[in-house]
Design a binder for this molecule. Structure first.
Ligand code: DAH
Length: 340
């Protein structure tokens, strides 16, 4: 009996059928009244009592395995029924599969990170909900600074010390607090400001912040690094210009303009007929900020910069309305298919 069971178990593994009728034939062979399985049950009656338990289980198992196998075979014809239909023309061309594409902001963010990674920067990220310390105080914002006004910043209602970060400069502080220089990092992320939504402003946008701290870091290093970035991002011919500016956390501070890549400096409405467009803020990290983060300003110097990804993307792809990035209009997004 054992031999018969084993043989059947082996046999059913390889059962095939070319049609539903074929499956029916198999069902008759194994399970019909005179089929192989009922025959086994008959034999089972005459075996000694003490063997009944072992064989009983095995024959029942065999039966359910055969049932499952036949059901599987049967189901495979269900899937194929369509294919057998005489109306189906297998040579008909199919519609192209619609594949998604990366969002333009992701494309530009990856390009920015890629450029800086080629000159030794690694990537770090920080939280979007920040304490006053990381977003403002450690960065030298005085208590009465207008940026801290409710008009500009989203405060967390339950805890007045917590805000939605207004810039990715907050990640500078987190990294400096926990890293011994040299530090050479970029911080991409989403930031929030209480702004009315228009073609030029949104309450949510994206930035990439950069930070380089080491011994002997100079303003010349800052300028060359940003020059490299501008040319990689906007083309070999791109020129840069630094204008003095003010940020509480850098001294001196500057704003970087690039030569307008649309009119090539001849004047257009993107550059407001100046030939230059602003792309980022930057400067030498204020010694007080280094000290706030427990880095010795006597030993180390550093530079930092911060740019808006939307702004870079708008210049790169000549997009004139910031809201397009957030509306998820497929007609807009489709244009970036194939870019990565
Ligand atoms: N955090 C500034 C902003 O959001 C941008 C910025 C300016 C970042 C100067 C910097 C910097 O690191 O040095 O407008």
């Amino acid at each position: 009996m054992q031999e018969k069971i084993d043989r059947l178990l082996e046999e059913i593994q390889f059962l095939t059928a070319s049609s539903r009728e074929g499956v029916e034939q198999l069902r008759l062979k194994y399970l019909s009244k005179k089929g192989l399985v009922p025959l086994l049950f008959e034999e089972f009656r005459s075996i000694p009592k003490e063997q009944k338990k072992v064989f009983g289980q095995q024959v029942n198992e065999l039966k359910s395995k055969i049932n499952r196998k036949l059901d599987e075979l049967d189901a495979s014809f269900e899937d194929n029924e369509e294919a057998e239909s005489p109306d189906l023309d297998m040579t008909r061309p199919v519609d192209q599969i619609q594949i998604g594409s990366r969002h333009p902001l992701s494309i530009v963010r990856n390009q920015i990170l890629g450029i800086f990674s080629r000159i030794g920067y690694t990537v770090a990220e920080g939280p979007e909900i920040e304490s006053d310390w990381y977003n403002f105080s450690a960065l030298n914002f005085p208590a009465e600074h207008p940026a801290k006004d409710m008009q500009d910043t989203y405060f967390i209602e339950k805890d007045p010390d917590m805000v939605l970060r207004t810039h990715t400069s907050s990640v500078q502080v987190r990294v400096m607090e926990t890293t011994i220089p040299p530090i050479r990092k970029v911080f991409p992320g989403r930031v929030f400001r209480n702004e009315a939504i228009s073609a030029r402003a949104h309450c949510i946008f994206h930035q990439v912040e950069g930070l380089y701290v080491d011994v002997n870091v100079s303003f010349g290093d800052l300028k060359q690094s940003l020059f490299f970035f501008a040319r990689e991002m906007f083309g070999e011919e791109t020129k840069i210009r630094l204008r003095p500016s003010f940020f509480p956390f850098t001294e001196p501070s500057g704003e970087l303009d690039i030569s307008c890549n649309i009119c090539e400096g001849n004047g257009c409405n993107i550059c407001k007929y100046t030939g230059w467009v602003e792309i980022l803020g930057c400067g030498m990290v204020d010694p007080q900020v280094l000290a706030n983060c427990k880095i010795d300003p006597e030993k180390y110097t550093g530079f930092a910069f911060g740019m808006g990804i939307e702004r870079i993307a708008m210049l790169k792809y000549q997009i004139n309305d910031l809201r397009l990035f957030f509306e998820n209009d497929i007609r807009f997004l489709k244009q970036f298919q194939g870019t990565c």
